[in-house]
Design a protein around this ligand. Structure first.
Ligand code: NOJ
Length: 525
């Protein structure tokens, strides 16, 4: 079966936030050699690819998502030689590298923008979206920035406004300019040439905006950003042919891959970007936003599968660098039982699992208590209603030693105080830890192709306590039972004889009892 293995479909993709994974030079910030040092850990974990949040030179207004050079490495993360070593060492361990490409906007410190704002006839002026004010001096239209305020920033020297969907330090590029388009396609080629296998495309459906810059219509909402329908500033039809061009470049590299972060899109809009001549995958936020209820997750998963065109492969995630971690959302205190069920769901549902660093030890968000401690600028802007994204970006917890073994220096964000207990070393020594549970399940997934690419059938159409589904491939039939409840429940089994292969021993017919939060996987005999 190994020969049919396709890494981005059958494997597991692990997201690393490089600032917070492992600090090799003890400056308090994680780096590339730190990641390389942990490749044996990642291989042992059983993951097949790492997605690195941005590693390019950046002034860090948005912690790497404001890029000042698309083909460089930020010195705080190391050198290009360090990156090449990481790629080489990862390949030795069958680990693929996925880079985060932030191509909707640059940093305002990018040389292109610095040129762009010099004069109106500068060759780079038209690389960004500059417009004159309305006759009353107001911004060119009503578009708002998701990070607060108008999306237009006035430059008194030029007498023009430039557009930014995010911070004002992140000017949006003009993708209708063919020079921009070519420069960006070259970025894909550059990194593929360095041995990268895939890309995560940051807010790709925002690249194009309405050519006539029409106002967005109003709607009800609390924040200014939500008080308009975003029909002219995102999701323009020009994206589809561009995806075709990107796909053609990726297809020249065996196993080349792209997963898109769709911005402000529902599952069917997101699914429309996936498939032939388009992206391999995109993120389904609907799934990640569910409250703890099996029917919610089942409905989201089925909606997602139904929306994708035949041949497009789903993916699933619960946590990332922008969201409160799944363990913080779902678990009570330090009780990890729900975190195990959530991980089991990711590893067994149909779709490539995306795991966020630390999810394998059920890392929790660090508490954000004071505005003065917030580093993420949106946390300052929207305090106290939204405290920013620092919580889910705290250092990985490796050991019970100083700074959880992340760094000898003071880490850029505090380590969660539970690290003395919750860390990789401790969990590796406890058979019932989240980490060991995760590893056992990954090993099972590897040995059962039906769990990787099998068909999916729900067995409980209206689940309230436990989720039950079947994964089948050729002659193999597996049943997955996930008890979401704190009660013992009896699960009905499909006809036949079933051998437990995870979570239990023995053979079952008709039904079996699930302990609270128990995960059981069975295989038809
Ligand atoms: C989405 C990224 O995930 C987020 O971290 C970032 O702030 C915005 N895009 C802007 O690049």
């Amino acid at each position: 079966m190994k020969k049919d293995f396709l890494w981005w479909r059958d494997g597991i993709i692990y997201q690393i936030y490089p600032r917070s994974f492992a600090d090799s030079n003890n400056d308090g910030i994680g780096d590339l050699p730190g990641i390389t040092n942990k490749l044996d850990y990642l291989q042992d974990l059983g993951i097949d690819a790492i997605w690195l949040s941005p590693i390019y030179p950046s002034p860090d207004v948005d912690f790497g998502y404001d890029v000042a050079d698309y083909t460089g490495i930020d010195p705080k993360f190391g050198t290009m030689a360090d990156f090449e070593t990481l790629v080489k060492e990862a390949k030795k361990r069958d680990i693929h590298i996925v880079l985060d490409l932030v191509l909707n906007h640059t940093s305002d410190q990018h040389p292109w923008f610095i040129e762009s704002k010099k004069t109106e006839d500068n060759p780079y002026h038209n690389w960004y979206l500059w417009l004159y004010p309305k006759s009353d001096g107001e911004p060119p239209n009503n578009w708002t920035a998701i990070f607060g305020g108008s999306a237009w920033e006035f430059d008194p020297k030029l007498g023009q406004y430039y557009y930014h969907m995010f911070y004002k330090e992140q000017p949006d590029l003009n993708w209708r300019n063919s020079d921009v388009r070519q420069a960006m396609l070259d970025v894909f080629r550059f990194w593929l040439g360095k041995g990268v296998d895939g890309f995560r495309l940051d807010v790709f459906n925002a690249y194009f905006k309405d050519a006539a810059f029409r106002d967005n219509p109003p709607k009800w909402g609390i924040r200014a950003f939500d008080r308009q329908e975003h029909i002219h500033d995102v999701s323009q039809p020009e994206m589809i042919p561009l995806l075709g061009e990107i796909r053609a470049i990726l297809d020249e590299h065996p196993g080349g891959y792209a997963v898109g972060e769709t911005f402000l899109a529902n599952p069917s809009q997101t699914a429309a970007y996936c498939g032939e001549n388009k992206l391999h995958a995109a993120f389904n936020f609907d799934f990640a936003e569910n409250r703890w209820h099996p029917k919610r997750f089942l409905d989201s998963a089925e909606k997602w599968y139904g929306a994708l065109e035949p041949g497009a492969w789903p993916n699933n995630f619960l946590s990332n660098h922008d969201k409160v971690r799944a363990a913080s959302r779902y678990c009570f205190g330090e009780d990890d039982r729900r975190a195990k069920v959530a991980l089991a769901m990711l590893l067994t549902l149909k779709g490539t699992p995306f795991i966020y660093y630390g999810e394998e030890i059920a890392l929790r968000d660090i508490p954000i208590r004071k505005k003065s401690e917030v580093l993420d600028p949106i946390g300052k802007t929207f305090w106290p209603f939204f405290k920013g994204r620092d919580g889910c970006r705290a250092p990985m917890q490796w050991t019970s030693g100083r700074n959880a073994g992340f760094s000898d220096a003071k880490p850029w964000l505090p380590v969660h105080k539970d690290y003395v207990e919750r860390n990789v070393v401790n969990q590796a020594a406890q058979a019932d830890s989240v980490l060991m549970f995760f590893k056992r399940l990954v090993a099972l997934r590897k040995s059962e192709p039906a769990l990787q690419r099998g068909d999916f059938k729900a067995l409980t159409p209206d689940p309230h306590t436990y989720l039950a589904f079947e994964r089948s491939l050729a002659a193999d039939r597996l049943v997955v039972l996930l008890n979401f409840s704190s009660r013992e429940v009896q699960a009905a089994l499909p006809e036949g004889k079933w051998q437990a292969i995870f979570g239990r021993d023995g053979e079952f017919e008709n039904s079996l009892d699930l302990a609270p939060y128990q995960v059981v996987i069975l295989k038809q005999k």
